[in-house]
Design a protein around this ligand. Structure first.
Ligand code: BES
Ligand code: MN
Ligand code: ZN
Length: 502
């Protein structure tokens, strides 16, 4: 899809379709008003007859509107003018794109980017519109023999902005959105890939592809032999039951030559989590192919970063591993020695994510990070607490937590903070080792965070639990969401000091 920005009046557009908003009850937006005048009341007449109330998401397609140069006019219901918020705006855009694809228009000029969305500027409206469009167009069908390519005539969308002064702002929004959408698409492609194809070696290959495609990226792979030498006893234990070797991919993006310290992103990359000896129940187990969603998110964010060519240093770590039962597998009762030297009594082999991450988090100390953010589908408890709407955010460093919350607010990729108070640490006490890997029934997301916090004392650290947000469950709609690529990329844009709006 091609996107561009224009600043013009609706009656002068000569396009296959022009898209304008109508509010509830039957109130024309400013641009719809202009079209109405030129067409001598054609549109207001229709509204008076009751053809469109203006409810959010309603669509009315008109052909040959008198005196209008464009072939079609699409009237889009936007709800009550004063209630138009971010969520509604995104939904309206999504529906508009679907409708446009059904009309046969190859090109459209969209005036919805001029609507007033509470607290949001032109940059935001254009960027969200492009991201929503790209998100809606995604499909994963590389493994179908009969690829039913849906009919999608729409090739080009022009977003209109109210003043010429805003043209560069809109253009920057498109560029940012396209880079982020590419990252999201990379994330979705790897995450949706089945676990017989997407194993730790496959993750490592994807990392190498990035370094082949971008000059500023280099990739290094840490294999099991290296991990033995490094003393990563905890990470290795989790992968022991699988014939697929554990591989940790280190993706380095060097956007600036100075003595600044890097940001480090660490992704949980369980390409399949069967639970191991503490085997999971069978129903829905296929979805544990998404247990590498954190790694996919980090890969996607690195891709977006490289596309944006930001002047910062970032290291992305994909902690690839497979958790399987076998006679070689680690067991409940085992006591593991982590790379940090701390010992862990395994009470459940299904609490494996923290065991892989703790060693990866110790490993990254060598980079002397400015900050470390790990991303993981870590706990079912997070899905219970926040559902599919918000990513769980836990951090021992308030400024970093606020930076992330800000980025999530700006990008619309929501996160919500949970506490990491010391009171919860007690739940990890073991009679035999420094800690257990199981915090008990209560506050599972927090105790998992507490576990990780014991390995992150040497730097500023935040943890994103994406168990509820990384993919959609069940049935036909199952699939990766590409989250939290948008939030992470926003975070990096902010760090790079990239202006957005004025
Ligand atoms: N990958 C799972 C967490 C998960 C479960 C994410 C369901 C999304 C949906 C993780 O490895 C796991 O199994 N966690 C256990 C931890 C428990 C044994 C302490 C869980 O959440 O049940
Ligand atoms: Mn598990
Ligand atoms: Zn897991």
């Amino acid at each position: 899809m091609e996107f561009s920005i224009k600043s013009g009046s609706p009656e002068k557009q000569r396009s296959a379709c022009i898209v304008v908003g109508v509010f509830e009850p039957r109130r024309l937006s400013a641009t719809a008003e202009q079209l109405d005048e030129i067409s001598e009341g054609y549109i207001s007449n229709l509204l008076r007859k009751g053809d469109l109330e203006g409810k959010s998401g309603q669509m009315l397609l008109l052909h040959h509107v008198p005196n209008i140069l464009s072939e079609r006019v699409l009237l889009v219901g936007c709800g009550k003018e004063r209630e138009l918020d971010e969520r509604q705006y995104r939904q309206i855009i999504n529906k508009t794109i679907n409708t446009l694809n059904e009309t046969g228009s190859m090109e459209a000029v969209c005036f919805l980017s001029e609507l007033h969305v509470k607290g949001r500027d032109t940059y935001w409206k254009v960027r969200q519109a492009v991201e929503a469009t790209q998100d809606g167009l995604y499909s994963f069908n590389s493994l179908k023999t009969h690829k039913e390519e849906p009919r999608r005539p729409l090739r080009k969308i022009v977003f209109n902005v109210p003043t010429r002064r805003e043209l560069p702002i809109g253009e920057r929004a498109i560029n940012h959105a396209l880079a982020i959408s590419e990252g999201i698409s990379t994330c979705k492609n790897v995450a949706n890939m089945p676990p017989n194809i997407c194993n730790p070696a496959y993750l490592a290959e994807q990392a190498k592809i990035l370094s082949n495609d971008y000059e500023k990226i280099t990739t290094e792979i840490v294999d099991e032999q290296d991990m033995e030498a490094l003393g990563m006893g905890s990470y290795l234990a989790v992968g022991r039951g699988s014939d697929n070797e554990s591989l940790m991919s280190i993706i380095t993006y060097n956007g600036i030559d100075d003595d600044s310290k890097p940001l480090v992103l660490v992704g949980k990359g369980l390409t399949f989590d069967s639970g191991g000896i503490s085997l999971k129940p069978g129903a829905g187990m296929d979805e544990m192919k998404y247990d590498m969603g954190g790694a996919a998110g980090v890969l996607g964010a690195m891709h977006a970063l490289a596309e944006l060519d930001l002047p910062i240093k970032v290291i992305g770590v994909l902690a690839g591993c497979e958790n399987m039962p076998s006679s070689k597998a680690y067991r409940p009762g085992d006591i593991l020695t982590t790379m940090s030297g701390q010992t862990v009594e395994v009470l459940n082999t299904d609490a494996e994510g923290r065991l892989v991450l703790c060693d990866a988090l110790t490993y990254v100390e060598r980079f002397e990070p400015d900050a470390v953010i790990d991303v993981a589908t870590l706990t079912g408890a997070c899905v219970v607490a926040l559902g599919q709407h918000a990513t769980g955010l836990l951090s021992t460093h308030n400024p970093l937590a606020h930076e992330l919350l800000n980025a999530s607010e700006q990008s619309g990729d929501r996160a919500w903070r949970m506490p990491l108070w010391d009171d919860y640490q007690e739940q990890l006490e073991s009679p035999f080792a420094d800690m257990t890997n199981l915090g008990g029934k209560e506050a599972g997301t927090i105790t998992a965070g507490c576990f990780l916090s014991r390995f992150t004392k040497k730097y500023h650290w935040a943890h994103l639990d994406v168990a509820g947000t990384a993919w959609r469950s069940g049935g036909k709609n199952k699939g990766s969401t590409g989250r939290p690529v948008s939030m992470l990329t926003q975070f990096m844009l902010n760090r790079a000091g990239q202006e957005q709006g004025e």
